[in-house]
Design a protein around this ligand. Structure first.
Ligand SMILES: [Zn+2]
Length: 410
């Protein structure tokens, strides 16, 4: 179940659930692989397992994991023991040792990552031809898929700056070798969501070209946020896949953590799919989003920006007079949906733009009774004085109580 209010309030019905998809979007979360590659982040095996459990509960269907260092191997073991619904995938380079390591760790599925752009080829293997590199990937895919029966995804690193003629041959070759899915990696975040944007970085164009010009079974998008377009590019891939692909995998990270500017946020992609496209499988699961954000923050040391959409501390905070007045009359004035839908909380705070209505509301909240109008004016004056003296931060609960004591309301 979602929130009953979403079903019954005509304001929500008029905005949400009005589009639908013929393609099945599958969240392939990489918080525990790309996410923790963000500078300065690390996570213990026990916390990684707890994160995986919650990812599974919010509707993630494939979880990508590192498995090279001891703590990563320990995390993989703990996660495998939990028997999640989500599939677990080991992240590998295109070398047999990595596949062997994934097999040793008990993975039944791997993602094999290899660049597909000449930019990367020249920088990393100046002496090898594109065909040499293609053959080496094919050999490793065959080793994993045909010799060892693993499910194989191939990640085309830097796809959005690759030569399409080469990339097309690459995709067909890995499909033939046994890969079931090709991941478009927008490695430096230059992808465009415009349906008219051409290859190599037009995301909808690439989703269509892969369908019509290659024989790979499934497709995936992995979008980075260097231009701030990662969520839009992820959803653009879904729109482009709609009606032509059976399913599309979406590689995202919770809170968007990851290399440089990070990735598309799992929580944003889920909320867009659920509310705008009516993807029912997330219904009743979104209530855990804020708890998961807080767990990841505690586990990794990543500080969530307070204005982070959906899960941030201020995502449903109201302080200015106009906003608090509106929200006190009807929260829908300044909230896209009730905060409980994502497990977050409404916060009414007192600050430099606060008006009488919110201060009266807060007095009633603290004292339990309607203040006398003179006393209310006195409190409003006291708050005003503080901010005229240069204060910036919102009032803390104790500070507000002290004011109430000073004017005799408490
Ligand atoms: Zn990445």
């Amino acid at each position: 179940m979602g929130l009953p209010e979403l079903e019954t309030n005509p304001i929500y019905r008029n905005i949400y659930f009005r589009m639908s998809l013929k393609v099945d979007p599958i969240i392939d979360d990489t918080t525990l692989r790309d996410g923790v590659q963000m500078p300065g982040l690390a996570v213990s095996p026990e916390d990684a397992a707890e994160i995986a459990r919650l990812l599974d509960e919010i509707g993630v269907e494939r979880i990508e994991l590192h498995h090279y260092q001891k703590p990563d191997k320990d995390a993989v073991k703990l996660i495998q023991k939990m028997g999640l619904n989500a599939r677990l995938a080991g992240w590998c380079r295109a070398v047999k040792e990595d596949i062997d390591d994934a097999i040793d760790c008990g993975f039944e599925e791997v993602g094999i990552s290899h660049p597909v752009s000449y930019i990367h080829f020249r920088a990393k293997w100046p002496d090898k031809s594109p065909d040499d590199l293609l053959n080496r990937v094919v050999e490793v895919v065959e080793y994993a898929a045909k010799d060892h029966g693993l499910r194989v995804f191939v990640h085309g690193e830097d796809s959005t700056r690759a030569d399409w003629d080469f990339e097309k041959r690459f995709i067909n070759a890995v499909a033939e070798a046994g890969a079931e899915c090709y991941r478009i990696c927008d490695t430096v975040g230059v992808g465009l969501s415009d349906p008219n944007a051409p290859l190599p970085n037009g995301i909808p164009a690439k989703i269509r070209a892969i369908k019509y010009e290659t024989k790979i079974r499934d497709v995936e998008i992995h979008a980075h946020d260097d231009f701030g377009n990662s969520v839009e590019n992820t959803i653009a891939a879904v729109r482009a896949a709609n009606g032509i692909w059976d399913r599309i995998y979406l590689s995202t990270t919770f809170l968007g953590i990851g290399e440089r500017a990070g990735n598309a946020e799992t929580e944003k992609v889920i909320m867009n799919l659920y509310l705008h496209y009516g993807v029912k499988k997330f219904e009743g699961k979104t209530q855990k989003l804020t708890a998961l954000a807080e767990l990841i923050s505690r586990a990794t040391g990543y500080v969530i920006p307070p204005n982070k959409a959906i899960v941030g501390a201020y995502a449903f905070a109201h302080e200015s007079g106009i906003h608090t007045h509106g929200v006190l009359n009807d929260p829908v004035t300044y909230e896209p949906y009730p905060p409980e839908l994502v497990g977050n909380r409404r916060k009414l705070t007192i600050g430099k733009h606060s008006g009488k209505a919110i201060i009266r509301y807060k007095i009633i909240e603290v004292t339990g009774k309607e203040p006398d109008p003179d006393k209310l004016t006195e409190v409003v004056q006291e708050v005003k004085k503080l901010y005229e003296a240069g204060r910036k931060a919102s009032l803390k609960e104790e500070e507000f109580k002290r004011i109430l004591q000073n004017v005799g309301l408490l």
